[in-house]
Design a protein around this ligand. Sequence first.
Ligand code: SF4
Length: 290
Amino acid sequence: MMVVKQIDVQNVMTKSSLPVGGYSVNPYVGCPHACKYCYASFMKRFTGHTEPWGTFLDVKNWKPITNPHRYDRQRIVIGSVTDGYNPYEEEFRRTRHLLEELQGTNAEIMICTKSDLVLRDLDLLKQFRKVTVSWSVNTLDEQFRADMDQAVSIERRLRAMKQVYDAGLRTVCFISPIFPGITDVKAIIEEVKDYADLIWLENLNLRGQFKKCIMEYIQEKYPSLFTLYDEIYNQKRLDYWKSLEAEISTYAAQQNLPYRVNDLPYGRSEKGKPVLVNYFYHEKIKRNRT
Ligand code: SF4
């Protein structure tokens, strides 16, 4: 059962520590999509919630943004630790309200979602100078998807991606997290290459509480992969990722797709030629830098 409550906050815009910079905006606390591997779930301890991740949602009511132009030319990322288009957004319209408050500014909007509700806000999104909408898709197998999250089907995500692309906005297929032996990266690229400008690739990291849950899941549903997961996540071997990286860069060269590492290229891509961006181990790189 979901526990939903409304909370008053001073400000909804947070200076981001993400590599993409700018501001990170989360109109909700918690996320009903309840992904089993959610990296954001570790944020729970800062929220005072003791309920399991995915079973609570705080709806933020913030003070009106009085000077929206201070966000001109800033990148605003919506959905880093909650999905701004979770199903409750249909009723509470907080993400839509934020987009309304930022209308007329020169802000760059970047949305990360697993929903197609973002289609409702196309009218507002089209008014911004730079917009990127990214959908996380780490499988084409609806059963595995349903085992991992409570968001909309892959089919609905892909349909939304195509509609947003056709509406003239930049789209990203975020292949994340890549599950060793389960995520078929090339099959996903083949599926989306005509309506994605960018393809981001990120490996599955397992830490905190969800490591146990994922390892148990693999043991139960994919027992033949358990040895591989043990090598990667208990023995910390990188061989799998290194060979996958090599395979993807070779594939990119064969298909004539631009390939970058830890980059955030801008602009649209030629139709059918999305830019592949590899963010493998960026967590580690970030940690080493700090
Ligand atoms: S949609 Fe994103 S924020 Fe929400 S539970 Fe899944 S991974 Fe976490």
